[in-house]
Design a protein around this ligand. Structure first.
Ligand SMILES: Cc1cc2nc3c(=O)[nH]c(=O)nc-3n(C[C@H](O)[C@H](O)[C@H](O)COP(=O)(O)OP(=O)(O)OC[C@H]3O[C@@H](n4cnc5c(N)ncnc54)[C@H](O)[C@@H]3O)c2cc1C
Ligand code: FES
Length: 265
């Protein structure tokens, strides 16, 4: 995997503290998939020293080819603050696509997607990919949650044929009052699902995994870890698993999407 210089096409606020960044890429993203991520160098080679990982929100198409990528980021520290100041035409070195993807079997009839806060990007990419399939899923429930309405991003992008959107906020400022997993449980009480795909904060993912495990529903989660290299070299992103042949897996090379039943929560 080699680094490439990308050019900022747009960098616009999406919601309070969130930015949507479009990057023109020369090559390498034609077969990029939902769940995959990029390592972005922000600023000089020394400050911040490490590249930062961001999931793909989607691909930018120009005529018949993939001309770039889009990411959505939340400003949480030095790197993302710098990223929010990037201007159209600035150059950013990017490595990717990295990592694995969600796997939705063709036999899946009832799919549930769950996104919390900044976990929206891979779920949004997955929803659009499913829609573009030759035989798109006809029933998909999407649960999006946030602390308050300011944390809800890209909602209109789930307004897709065959998709039903259910919104929750912890403070009730938009949608259902309470955590997104409460709404998820209610929906599962009404009708079970074949598969749940989720991305969001660790606490939310743990709760989703517990629900899936209790109800014996297949569940794939895209998880985060602190990443120094993103390519399996530093071994800093290990997570404990229940696999027969390993006690640990690496989020960057074995993930970021994992079978929720195989992770040690
Ligand atoms: C596979 C993957 C995909 C990601 N996708 C996205 C995305 O699509 N959009 C997005 O906004 N963010 C995403 N993140 C998180 C993003 O990489 C971090 O928010 C970013 O690196 C923070 O950089 P910073 O310099 O601004 O913050 P720092 O100054 O490095 O840290 C600020 C605070 O954020 C915490 N933090 C930093 N990195 C992480 C992390 N990886 N996980 C949890 N906490 C962290 C630090 O502990 C600290 O408290 C992803 C992370 C991973 C591993
Ligand atoms: S981030 Fe270095 S091994 Fe995963």
């Amino acid at each position: 995997m080699i680094a490439q210089d990308t050019v900022v096409l747009w960098n616009r606020p999406e919601a309070q503290g969130y930015f949507r960044l479009g990057l023109a890429c020369s090559s390498g993203f034609d077969s990029a998939k939902p769940g995959q991520f990029v390592m972005v160098r922000i600023g000089s080679e020394v400050d911040p020293l490490l590249r930062r990982p961001f999931s793909l929100l989607g691909l930018i198409h120009e005529q018949d080819r993939v001309a770039g990528i889009e990411i959505l980021f939340k400003v949480v520290g030095k790197g993302t603050d710098r990223l929010s100041r990037c201007k159209v035409g600035d150059r950013l070195s990017v490595i990717g696509p990295l990592g694995n993807t969600f796997l939705v079997p063709e036999t899946c009839r009832r799919l549930i997607l769950v996104a919390g806060g900044v976990g929206v990007p891979p779920i949004r990419f997955l929803a659009h990919r499913l829609l573009a399939q030759e035989e798109p899923l006809r029933r998909c429930l999407v649960f999006v949650g946030g602390r308050s309405k300011e944390d809800l991003v890209c909602l209109t992008e789930f307004d897709l044929p065959g998709f039903l959107l259910d919104i929750s906020t912890d403070d009730g400022s938009r949608g259902n009052l309470g955590v997104v997993t409460r709404s998820l449980e209610k929906a599962l009480d009404a009708e079970p699902a074949d598969l749940i795909c989720a991305c969001g904060p660790q606490g939310m993912l743990k709760a989703v995994a517990q629900i899936a495990i209790q109800r014996n529903i297949a569940c794939q989660v895209s998880i985060e870890a602190m990443m120094a290299c993103g390519m399996g070299a530093c071994l800093g992103c290990a997570v404990a698993v229940r696999d027969d042949d390993a006690r640990y897996r690496h989020v960057c090379t074995d993930g970021p999407v994992f079978d929720a039943h195989r992770l040690k929560w």
